[in-house]
Write a protein that binds this ligand. Structure first.
Ligand code: NAD
Ligand code: MG
Length: 402
């Protein structure tokens, strides 16, 4: 990318938490970046509000039933932005000359299609949507390599590793990669205590402000499991060279150990704008709006092993990674269904790992070398998990007296 030109940035998932952080960094550098495409799921009002501020060339809503509301809203506001709706429209725009940088920040497997489209079109891909890597990591990284698309991981741990390696390739000189985990809001709790936790407690992350789905994943530690699979694909590291350390302060974002005994780590305040600024500016460093780290204000950095007894989701993800093939896609799909049910108050917290485990037990992994096979496994795992949901009850109805 030539340094002088004004980069056109597409923000997919613009109305979400990562979307807001990305637009904040973009708006700090009007001489370098312009948000030209904004896309969201169903929240038209929030998308219209962002269009009024950032005046993109294109706005896309995923739900085609909302197209007229978006088009009329843009017209009423006197904005020059073109309205679009549906996944197909988004995939086309992402691959077109409308953008040269794509921030992939849609939540869940719903983000796979547009992420793949950006990779195939050779865009610089700022990849926050970890579910697309879990579901189709080999296909996605291969598509990016073929098209010369530069993937810059936005997930803070992977962005930290990327900074330590100064690349997306962990060569033989890398002995081990260790992902740090905050431990989430329930660190230190036993399984019995976890049976009673509420939705509100689960989404109240102690260190990071994030969307509801990833917040629940952080509370179950499924997030760290998804991130191990993400790291395996991004950096081409075998499973046995990947580790996890719980680090409650969330200041060390991950570590890379080299064969000579050196360990490099990246530190910073927990604010996703740092990762996004790295992704936008790399290899240059640009202002993100995030303050530097004052270690005297944070003199204590602690590390502990994850508790796989209390948090079985991490174990299930490691097993799925080892099984390979369709297993990670099914793990992700079952988890999306279970987390959505938990957020709707339909099941208790411990039903999340229970549902994922029974889906994986019911559907043995098969090899998967095509997108069709992976999408079929995703759909099948969703059906099985939906069916099993009926047998699970909300935690609150059991423990109503508390
Ligand atoms: P969020 O819930 O705040 O935002 C999700 C965005 O996706 C919204 O704009 C929503 O409208 C859009 N969306 C949802 N379904 C869609 C669909 N079918 N089609 C198009 N758009 C759709 O989520 P978030 O916290 O911003 O997370 C986004 C992604 O980034 C997730 O994959 C998450 O794991 C990853 N991530 C987030 C953080 C964080 O700090 N928030 C950190 C690391 C990774
Ligand atoms: Mg992360």
């Amino acid at each position: 990318m030539p340094a002088q030109s004004l980069h056109k940035v597409a923000v997919l998932g613009a109305t979400g938490s990562i979307g807001a952080s990305a637009l904040d960094v973009v708006a700090r550098h009007p001489d370098r970046y312009r948000a030209t495409v904004l896309a969201s799921g169903r929240n038209v009002d929030a998308l219209l509000a962002l269009c009024a501020v950032h005046r993109p060339d294109h706005a896309v809503v995923a739900d085609t039933g909302l197209y007229a509301r978006l088009r009329d809203g843009l017209k009423e506001a006197g904005l020059p932005t073109h309205a679009h709706a549906g996944d197909g429209a988004l995939d086309q725009l992402v691959a077109s000359g409308a953008c040269d940088i794509v921030v992939a920040a849609i939540v869940g497997a719903a983000g796979l299609s547009s992420t793949l489209s950006a990779a195939r079109a050779g865009k610089r891909l700022l990849l926050a949507n970890k579910e697309s890597l879990v579901l189709a990591g080999e296909l996605l990284t291969a598509a990016a390599d073929v098209a010369g698309a530069e993937i810059i991981p936005i997930d803070s741990e992977h962005n930290a590793i990327f900074q330590c390696l100064r690349s997306r390739r962990a060569q033989a000189e890398v002995r081990r990669i260790v992902l740090t985990a905050s431990g989430g809001p329930f660190r230190g709790r036993t399984r019995a205590e976890l049976a009673r936790v509420t939705r509100e407690q689960a989404v109240a992350h102690p260190k990071w402000s994030m969307g509801p789905k990833i917040s629940v994943d952080s509370a179950t530690l499924m997030n760290k499991g998804l991130e191990l699979i993400e790291a395996h694909h991004l950096f081409g590291v075998p499973r046995e060279r990947l580790g996890v350390l719980v680090h409650p302060q969330s200041l060390v974002h991950s570590l890379v150990e080299f064969v000579d005994g050196s360990t490099l780590a990246q530190l910073g305040l927990p604010d996703m704008r740092t990762s996004l600024a790295v992704g936008l500016g790399w290899p240059e460093r640009i202002d993100s709006g995030v303050a530097g780290l004052d270690l005297l204000a944070h003199p204590k950095l602690e590390f502990e092993a994850p508790d796989l007894e209390a948090f079985p989701c991490l174990r299930l993800a490691i097993q799925a990674m080892q099984a390979g093939g369709t297993a990670p896609a099914m793990l992700n799909a079952a988890n999306e269904v279970a987390v959505s049910a938990f957020l709707q108050g339909k099941i208790g917290f411990l039903s999340i790992p229970a549902l994922v485990e029974s889906t994986l037990a019911a559907l043995p992994a098969t090899s998967a070398d095509s997108l069709e096979a992976l999408l079929a496994a995703d759909a099948q795992a969703r059906r099985v998990t939906e069916r099993n949901l009926a047998g699970h009850v909300p935690a609150m109805s059991i423990h109503h007296h508390e």
